[in-house]
Design a protein around this ligand. Structure first.
Ligand SMILES: *[C@@H]1O[C@H](CO)[C@@H](O)[C@H](O)[C@H]1NC(C)=O
Ligand SMILES: *[C@@H]1O[C@H](CO)[C@@H](O)[C@H](O)[C@H]1NC(C)=O
Ligand SMILES: *[C@@H]1O[C@H](CO)[C@@H](O)[C@H](O)[C@H]1NC(C)=O
Ligand SMILES: *[C@@H]1O[C@H](CO)[C@@H](O)[C@H](O)[C@H]1NC(C)=O
Ligand SMILES: *[C@@H]1O[C@H](CO)[C@@H](O)[C@H](O)[C@H]1NC(C)=O
Ligand SMILES: *[C@@H]1O[C@H](CO)[C@@H](O)[C@H](O)[C@H]1NC(C)=O
Length: 684
């Protein structure tokens, strides 16, 4: 078998120079990605993106390990605290602390990661189990999927730990393989055995997550264990099917809910859905069933069409909420959408997917964070005139104070999951294509140091994108290579251009994957890419959202903020001072300026525009520091309150021309109170 595939690959390399991806696929039972990821740490953020990630490190993200009971005193570290039977808090934390630490190259955070790594590996059970559980009833596989995400990233970032991590993973896979073969122990609960590791069926809704890491193990460190790894992948999917959580049965026209009139299930849970978007593609890597490609596109299309907010995240609180700007989006949905869309772009090369990752990254994600990253919302509404206890409850099943900014304004999953979003955005921002190409996939200020075909390449991207429309690349390469820059779909092709070494303007010619290819010579090169941003609107149910490039705009609502000690999410009592860092507070935002307006979209225009080449203020997502604003003619209207929040936007309300005001619009994520789905004014 081995020698046959050796000859096959040699043969294809001889016949088809540059077709190495195809060659690899002959000796690989997994379908390859179109673009290969770079090891964690190869890409480093700069500019506003680094500022945001540093704020996360200096805020909740970098301090949960020191004080937060679900991390600091997690059962994974010998403590007693878990927020659910899933025992997932510390593994969620680990999955983010690793990319946060290596993306910033921050020793304090690396030490945190290392402490957890040592504890987790040194306490691996004789039989291979990783984690604190010792009984069949409590040993659920799910949290191990998160642990494995953290471990695989660690193994790439720090080669001195790779061997140890890979050994531990193999030992665990052997055990998991046996458990799954034994009636899916650890995945599907058996009541007759009093299993209680997953009473709500989260693990069984997320059976593709462990396979993502198992595929990494199979491809990078198989150690003569390939068959067992592949069978474990297959068993995970098989268990999902048996547990009625095969997503290929859900992403089907006629089954996928088009409104809020559905029976809730694991499929309609918004975070599961954000993760489930990658299910058909992960499965495709293994089965190569072509219909899964179309199904990925259908899954994304239906999710966008029926349950996605203007800010780029799923609407679900926690179950999907249609297109209602009154309903809300759990922070984890933005985080998981970003991860899914980045994964999907790398696998399929469909430009829309990368655009969707950027949209969530620039809007939905930062909107849910306080400017200093010391608090977050559990859920965010597109139209959110205040952030407080909505006692009349507009949500499906989240706590009524979920849109306040706090430590744990509801379920603590978002507290321990949100910091992965930007570090993973950075680490998947560049990718390799075959042996000859380097691709800039997700745009923003950053730099990369890597190799292409064994020779070193450095690329530095200086830009204020998406607040500015120009990206400056400095390239230093030890050989010729293909440099591919992704051009977002919203780019106005007619006026977009690129310049090499201050030469003349060249038109952008993106290929079917949205990539403009540059043949870069050995040595130094400079490239300027200009992606002009126009103001655009998107209509929904006769109301509109306003964008400039990938940024969604909101009415600029002034507010007062009151803060109090963080509440315990279960009993709503203030947490004891010994439980929290003194910098942690819960915050209530009340508007002090008007928010009920209808817009005249024909009058939209740019207001302030920061000089694209100067450093942006930090934090960039706050009302005080807006780099780009828009202006529009707006008219006061009646807009009722319903369920303690803004009712659905009135459709084409009649306005009085004499009441015209000049309304300032600012980035949605900077406006912590926002109206972003606007009524359109009618004048007669
Ligand atoms: C296998 O697990 C199911 C629950 O998923 C249970 O009903 C069944 O009895 C188990 N079968 C065996 C042989 O243990
Ligand atoms: C391929 O996947 C589709 C659903 O995505 C399924 O209906 C079909 O049976 C699968 N084909 C094979 C050969 O497994
Ligand atoms: C989904 O697909 C349909 C049919 O191809 C298309 O008309 C629609 O615009 C797509 N929706 C989105 C949100 O992409
Ligand atoms: C929110 O309001 C409800 C109903 O008045 C009340 O039961 C609950 O305690 C309040 N929650 C908080 C966090 O104040
Ligand atoms: C459209 O707006 C009307 C009026 O506000 C509302 O009744 C209806 O539910 C909305 N439909 C959707 C799909 O949002
Ligand atoms: C939070 O409240 C629960 C009661 O629902 C209680 O058991 C727990 O001890 C409280 N946690 C802390 C840290 O106060």
């Amino acid at each position: 078998m081995r020698s046959l595939s050796f000859w096959t690959s040699l043969f294809s390399v001889v016949l088809l120079p540059g077709a190495s991806i195809q060659a690899e696929s002959h000796e690989n039972d997994l379908m390859p990605f179109k673009f290969d990821s770079l090891p964690l740490g190869a890409v480093k953020p700069s500019g506003w993106l680094r500022d945001q990630i540093k704020l996360s490190a200096e805020g909740l993200g970098g301090h949960l390990f020191d004080f937060y009971r679900y991390v600091h005193r997690s059962t994974w570290l010998g403590g007693e605290y878990e927020y659910s039977e899933l025992n997932e808090a510390a593994p969620y934390w680990f999955n983010y602390i690793v990319p946060l630490a290596w993306t910033l190259d921050d020793q304090r955070l690396k030490d945190q990661a290392k402490a957890f790594l040592d504890y987790a590996l040194n306490t691996q059970a004789e039989d291979g189990w990783l984690g604190p559980e010792t009984t069949r009833q409590t040993r659920g596989i799910w949290a191990r999927s998160l642990l494995a995400f953290g471990l695989t990233q660690y193994a790439e970032a720090d080669p001195t730990e790779t061997d140890r991590i890979v050994t531990a993973l193999h030992k665990f896979v052997d055990l998991a393989h046996g458990m799954l073969k034994n009636n899916f122990t650890g995945l599907i609960q058996d009541r007759s055995q009093d299993d209680n590791f997953d009473p709500w069926g989260f693990g069984v809704s997320r059976t593709h997550e462990l396979p993502i890491s198992l595929m990494w193990l199979y491809e990078k460190h198989p150690r003569q264990n390939s068959e067992v790894i592949l069978e474990t992948i297959d068993l995970m999917f098989e268990g999902g099917r048996l547990g009625n959580r095969d997503w290929t049965t859900f992403f089907v026209e006629g089954t996928f809910p088009k409104d809020t009139n559905f029976k809730s299930s694991g499929f309609t849970h918004g975070v599961n859905l954000a993760q489930g978007l990658r299910y058909p593609s992960v499965l495709h890597r293994r089965t190569k069933n072509e219909s899964l490609i179309q199904q990925t596109h259908d899954a994304v299309n239906m999710t966008l069409q029926y349950h996605t907010s203007l800010s780029g995240t799923i609407i679900g609180d926690e179950h999907i909420g249609g297109q209602s700007p009154q309903r809300s989006s759990e922070l984890c949905m933005a985080v998981e959408s970003m991860f899914s869309y980045a994964y999907l772009y790398r696998y399929h090369g469909t430009n829309l997917f990368a655009d969707r990752a950027e949209l969530a990254a620039f809007n939905a994600l930062p909107a849910a964070m306080s400017p200093d990253w010391w608090s977050h919302q559990y859920v965010t509404q597109t139209n959110q005139p205040w952030s407080r206890n909505l006692t009349a409850d507009p949500y499906f099943n989240v706590a009524t104070y979920s849109n306040t900014f706090g430590l744990e304004p509801n379920f603590p999953c978002c507290t321990v999951n949100h910091p992965q979003a930007y570090p993973k955005y950075v680490s998947s921002a560049f990718a390799r294509r075959g042996n000859t190409g380097l691709v800039h996939v997700l745009l923003g200020p950053m730099s990369v140091e890597t190799s292409v075909n064994g020779k070193s390449v450095k690329v530095e991207v200086t830009t204020n994108y998406p607040f500015s429309d120009t990206l400056y690349y400095k390239i230093d390469a030890d050989m010729e290579f293909d440099f591919l820059i992704r051009i977002p779909e919203w780019t106005v092709r007619e006026t977009a251009f690129l310049k090499i070494d201050h030469g003349r303007k060249e038109a952008l010619r993106p290929n079917s994957e949205g990539l403009h290819r540059l043949g870069v010579k050995k040595g130094l090169a400079e490239v300027t890419v200009h992606l002009p941003m126009e103001i655009t609107t998107v209509s929904r149910n006769e109301t509109i959202g306003v964008y400039r490039g990938p940024i969604l705009y909101s009415a600029d609502i002034e507010y007062t903020e009151t803060s109090h000690k963080p509440l315990n999410w279960t009993d709503l009592q203030p947490l004891d001072d010994t439980e929290v860092d003194p910098r942690v507070k819960d915050h209530i935002l009340e508007p002090t300026s008007a928010w009920r307006y209808a817009l005249d979209p024909g009058t939209l225009r740019v207001g302030e525009l920061a000089d694209g080449d100067n450093d942006l203020p930090n934090p960039v997502f706050s009302r005080e520091n807006v780099p780009v604003s828009l202006q529009v003619d707006a008219y006061p209207i009646d807009w009722p309150i319903e369920l303690d929040t803004a009712a659905l936007p009135p459709i084409a309300p009649r306005v009085d021309k004499s009441e015209k005001v000049n309304l300032r619009l600012i980035p949605y994520a900077a406006a912590k109170l926002h109206i972003a789905q606007f009524p359109v004014a009618r004048f007669n």
